[in-house]
Design a protein around this ligand. Sequence first.
Ligand code: 1CP
Length: 357
Amino acid sequence: MISENAPSSPSSKPLSKPLLRALRGEAIWPPPVWLMRQAGRYLPEFRAMRDKADFLTRCMTPDMATELTIQPIRRYGMDGAILFSDILILPWAMGQSLDFIDGRGPVLSAIRSEADLARLDPKRVQDAVAPVRETLSRLAKELPDVTTLLGFAGSPFTVACYMVEGGGSRDFAETRRMMQTNPALFDRLIDTLISSTAEMLCGQIEAGAEAVMLFDSWAGILPPSAFRRYVIEPTRQIVAYIRARHPNTPLIGFPRLGGIMVREYAQKTGINTLALDTVADPAQISELLSKDVPGLTLQGNMDPMILFSGGEAMIREAQAIRDAMRGKPHVFNLGHGVMQHTPPENVAALVEAVRSV
Ligand code: 1CP
């Protein structure tokens, strides 16, 4: 499906991408739409590729990563294509061991001491992620003209959570303990991640990403002082670094479950777009932030469970979110990733509902 904002002439190409325009602060009607984790196991064509190679190989083989990025675009024509990769590619690129194990998720060698940290080598990152840049440059050529190409990384805090824990966790207790018992070590880890994330994202932009998103999935587990120190400040530094090199590239921040702290996050980090989690009320956040951060775009935030369930209730909810943001810069998305067993036809119905006026 082609967006109503499709270009009418080749000369309008750079400005014809509705998502890029919305990320730059324009109110577009109907809003552009893409979904977090739009490439995934809910798609039969994704599952077919899954049997051919393990997850890391799929991320690091440009043919495969390009195909997996394009699959949802081919099916649904979303306004944005997000690079097929993972936030844990960065620690892997620094030399931390990483496996994705079925039914268990990612498993890394845990970082618990100075010696563990010293074994990582941030200088390897750009070489190690060269295939990712190759994927982005292929995508820049292969995607439809109206589609915006998105790069991404995890935010230092969220990536540090997985690095310290050695994988996913319900409460990231080891990470929170390190913040208390060895703040110097935790600070060094965060600093390493700030510079390598900023550098890696600049590489993604130079390879063809038109906007980049920072996923801070676990920001919401921190108290305010730690939120300022480990979420807001590192994000501010990354934004400043990228903006100095790429002043026109929109930057999306996703401080998930940040509650009222998202206000300070939007004011202080310099991001262009605030991605909202499921619990946020977009109209209320917009009201709260419109004076403080003029031109800020909001992205989100339908509950992935509503997409999973589909039907009339989904269409009503999607259109209610969209309509509440009418006249304001908004990108339609979910409040978190597409769930694994979501019926593919629900995604088609969602994209159509957002676009039908
Ligand atoms: O075997 C498989 O197919 C692997 C499943 C999978 C996929 C498809 C993983 C493992 N990662 C990804 C891709 C991915 N991850 C993308 C690109 C594609 C897209 O969005 O369509 C992105 C943007 C991510 C980001 C990501 N990875 C986040 C941040 C967003 C979020 O969901 O909060 C996080 C926390 C991860 C870590 C991760 N990678 C994979 C899993 C199962 C997890 C979660 C682990 C856990 O905490 O339990």
